[in-house]
Design a protein around this ligand. Structure first.
Ligand SMILES: Nc1ncnc2c1ncn2[C@@H]1O[C@H](COP(=O)(O)OP(=O)(O)OP(=O)(O)O)[C@@H](O)[C@H]1O
Ligand SMILES: [Mg+2]
Length: 135
């Protein structure tokens, strides 16, 4: 698939870009948010939520593994999961096949249970505030 690149110069840029990106999403889409710690995956997720018209504050789901925004958006942080089986046992895989949009941070940790045809957003740090966002 052809990928496009957006260069972000601030967290606000990333938020605004993600807000616009949200309008390209369809019900049931699963988006893998790839990138190192502090790359801006959660900032991107906040922008997607805004773009989807979700008013709740989006916080990092690090301790919950997944936050459910009214069944419309599921925001995963799989950093502390070590296998797809573990995610499945926690019932986290079911939402991949539902109507909500799924955003998944640290998806590589559950690679064996990801659905086919996931969308991929890769965020790379370019210095302190610059980010290269491939989508
Ligand atoms: N251009 C930018 N885009 C996004 N975030 C930026 C940018 N410039 C600076 N930042 C800062 O980088 C940090 C990104 O944090 P965020 O929690 O989104 O990262 P993350 O990729 O979710 O990390 P983790 O893997 O730990 O969950 C924030 O403090 C944000 O303000
Ligand atoms: Mg995060």
């Amino acid at each position: 698939m052809r990928m496009a690149v957006f260069i972000s110069r601030s967290a606000h840029d990333t938020l605004e870009f993600a807000k616009a990106y949200a309008s390209t999403l369809k019900a049931g889409d699963v988006v893998l948010l790839n990138g190192d710690m502090g790359a801006g995956k959660t900032v991107f997720a906040k922008g997607v939520a805004l773009g989807l018209g979700i008013d709740d504050e989006v916080l990092s789901p690090t301790y919950a593994y997944m936050n459910d925004y009214g069944g419309r958006l599921y925001h995963y942080d799989c950093y502390r999961l070590s296998s797809g089986a573990q995610a499945e046992a926690l019932g986290l895989a079911d939402y991949f096949y539902g109507e909500g949009v799924c955003l998944v941070e640290w998806a590589e940790n559950i690679a064996d249970i990801l659905p086919e045809n996931c969308k991929i957003v890769t965020i790379q740090k370019l210095g302190e505030n610059g980010r290269r966002i491939e989508y």
